[in-house]
Design a protein around this ligand. Structure first.
Ligand code: 13P
Length: 243
């Protein structure tokens, strides 16, 4: 399987900036092979980015969706709309949505089920906070997130991607060491019924991606801040690995 390098732009990059970013990125990665590249812009940038990416090797994802296909849900976005724009992926349960928007596991479970039904590939995020890690609860927290998020769809987990993003590593400049990330990936794999792709996320940068991607347990990376600059994201995409 090709390593997956996904860039989550979060609430950055308006429509114009987004188009410029992908135009530059396409130039920088024109020679890249054997990598699955995904960009995940804000909703309002999706149409413009989709137009630029049409018939290119870079895939498109969205940062969130509602579990209903449509209806009276002011301010929400249906997965069907995302699909019609050309999105193949959708992030579900990013820690910023779990912790800032207070999305409970039960909502994430509904969203994952809908994404499966309509044929979007979920990038389902799990990860512990600093406090949970200090209290030795990392495995317990992740197990809960997996059990509750995947309830009823345990046998379909191979149709999704899991992203391990320790909350303390997101936007903090602190990265999990490759060994400790690999350990958690191994734990996640041991809890799932099917083989699954697992990405690491949390302060991934050009300086640390090579070491992370050396670990067999790490199938790719989910990048935030460093995906906003075409040069740094391209360097991450072109990671060097002796694997
Ligand atoms: P940073 O790479 O900015 O730490 O963000 C990681 C992340 O949350 C990706 O989804």
């Amino acid at each position: 399987m090709e390593p997956i390098i996904a860039g989550n732009w979060k609430m950055n990059m308006g429509p114009g900036e987004s188009r410029e970013l992908v135009i530059k990125l396409l130039q920088l990665v024109s020679d890249v092979q054997n990598r699955e590249i995904i960009v995940i812009p804000p909703f309002t940038s999706l149409p413009g980015v989709a137009e630029v990416l049409c018939n290119t090797k870079i895939k498109l994802g969205a940062q969130n969706m509602h579990w209903e296909r449509g209806g009276a849900y002011t301010g929400e976005i249906s997965g069907l709309f995302l699909k019609s724009l050309g999105c193949e992926y959708v992030i579900i349960g990013h820690s910023e949505r779990r912790h800032i928007m207070l999305e409970p596991d039960e909502w994430l479970n509904r969203k994952l089920k809908t994404a499966l039904d309509i044929g979007l590939i979920s990038i389902f995020c799990v990860g512990e906070t600093a406090q949970e890690r200090e209290q030795g609860m990392t495995q317990q927290v992740i197990e809960r997130q997996l059990n509750q998020g995947l309830r009823g769809i345990e046998n379909e987990v191979h149709k999704m991607i899991i992203a391990y993003e320790p909350v303390w590593a997101i936007g903090s400049g602190k990265t999990a060491t490759p060994k400790s990330a690999a350990e958690v990936h191994k734990f996640i794999r041991s809890k799932l019924k099917k083989p699954v792709t697992i990405l690491y996320g949390g302060s991934v940068k050009p300086e640390n991606v090579d070491a992370l991607m050396q670990e067999e347990e790490i199938d790719g990376v989910l990048v935030g801040g460093a995906s906003l600059k075409p040069e740094s994201f391209a360097r991450i995409i072109k990671f060097e690995s002796k694997r």
